[in-house]
Design a protein around this ligand. Structure first.
Ligand SMILES: Nc1ncnc2c1ncn2[C@@H]1O[C@H](COP(=O)(O)OP(=O)(O)O)[C@@H](O)[C@H]1O
Ligand SMILES: [Mg+2]
Length: 395
């Protein structure tokens, strides 16, 4: 258990900057405020005040209105402009009531007339500080909520795109099958008929059609997923074994590039969970293939597998090219790819992560990505240890 005492909690110390040109007066007030548990810094004029604020976290500024050089009001205007969250309390001359009121109108927290009663000043400083903390808390909430909303919109958009693209993929599969069959038929006819001019050219054309059909087929295949055929098959799974089998599945790809795939930390000998092995394998294949694409020859992929609360987490870390902050927002979008998009090329459909996201949502899991351009990327997926039919979302 963690115990926090008031004295030790630095967030509860009020940092005050006292700005006054009368040195003796300033020092006396500072000393007395410090005795009331505040950290007080001092500045003799407006310029020194702004200079200090540039490099030091401050909560409340106590500002003399009447100073030689930059006036209190001018200093205040700069503070408002550059440090809008700061609270300012004005000190005015005895008879200068209108000045103080003007200060409040301009946005100061309050004003006190000199000579100030020290407890009165300390009380005002505390109130100003509390207001500042409250406002900061609200601002943090607002930022948090905005981020959450953005993420939710993104997830919803991907979910509906998932449903739509699965439908389209399904519809496109039939015409694709017909085109494929027809090319086979044409090939046969051409082969069998004796004297057709430019036979070779015709075969070349057919080959191009076949390659493109294959590529389109790969796309629909990815969208529908192997999973579709198996349905949701929830069974006990040895996730460690499944991971190692999947790594073996893409051995051709890793060996061709001399990429090493190893455990960063040896997991428990066997790790049991209850989930859909086909979908999880699909996720793993997509993440591993991306990692292989991202690294140079002799690159490294490190895996980690561990339990966390009621979840099983798996990390795929590579030391490849990384993802720019600008692209990281888009990687889960369908058809977003930075890879060359050649018809015959297997890579670069931009569907891998989209499918990963779709599957993870369906399995009530989560996915996180961290990346540093030039250094590498880590994808982390977490799945419920026990997946039951009722928690599955169909997409
Ligand atoms: N491990 C990774 N390292 C660097 N970039 C990655 C990684 N994984 C994904 N990406 C980026 O995300 C994009 C989308 O990935 P994905 O959806 O699998 O489509 P594809 O692999 O077909 O391009 C990739 O083109 C690449 O820019
Ligand atoms: Mg991919």
């Amino acid at each position: 258990m963690e115990i926090t005492t008031l004295e030790n909690d630095t967030s509860k110390v009020i940092r005050v900057l006292l700005v006054d040109d009368e040195a003796n007066y300033r020092k006396a007030v500072a000393r007395r405020l410090e005795r009331r548990n505040m950290v007080v810094s001092q500045a003799s004029d407006g310029t020194a005040c702004l200079e200090y604020l540039g490099g030091n976290e401050t909560d409340v500024v106590v500002l003399d209105m009447k100073m030689p050089g930059m006036s209190g009001m001018e200093t205040f205007n700069s503070i408002r402009k550059y440090y809008p969250g700061l609270k300012v309390i004005f000190l005015t001359g005895n008879a200068a009531l209108t000045e103080g009121v003007e200060g409040i109108k301009a946005g100061a927290f309050d004003y006190l007339a000199k000579p100030v009663e020290i407890d009165h000043l300390a009380g005002k400083i505390r109130q100003a500080w509390e207001l500042k903390r409250l406002e900061e808390g609200r601002e943090r909430d607002k930022i948090f909520r905005r981020r959450l909303e953005k993420r939710m919109i993104h997830t919803q958009r991907l979910a509906s795109l998932g449903t739509m693209s699965t439908g389209i993929a399904h519809e496109i599969n039939n015409p694709l099958a017909i085109i494929k069959e027809s090319t086979g038929f044409l090939r046969m006819v051409i082969e069998d008929s004796g004297q057709i001019p430019e036979k070779e050219m015709l075969f070349k054309g057919l080959e191009k059609i076949e390659n493109s059909v294959d590529r389109a087929g790969r796309i629909t295949h990815q969208l529908l997923g192997y999973v579709r055929k198996q349905g949701h098959e929830l069974t006990p799974v040895d996730i460690r074994g499944l991971t190692e089998d999947t790594v073996a599945l893409i051995k051709q790809k890793t060996q061709a590039k001399k990429v090493s795939v190893e455990w960063a930390r040896e997991p428990e000998h066997e790790m049991r969970m209850h989930t859909d092995p086909f979908q999880v394998r699909q996720v793993l294949i997509n993440l591993l293939e991306n990692a292989v694409d991202a690294v140079d020859t002799n690159g490294q992929i490190r895996l980690a597998l561990y339990r966390k609360a009621q979840s099983v987490c798996l990390e795929v870390r590579d030391n490849g090219c990384g993802i720019t902050p600008e692209n990281i927002e888009k990687i889960f979008d369908p058809f977003f790819t930075t890879k060359p998009n050649v018809a015959e090329n297997e890579s670069g459909t931009g569907l891998g992560l989209f499918v990963v996201h779709k599957i993870m949502t369906g399995l009530s899991g989560s996915i996180h990505v961290e990346s540093e351009p030039g250094r590498g990327t880590t994808f982390k997926i977490c799945l419920p240890e026990w997946q039951s039919d009722s928690t599955i979302t169909n997409s």
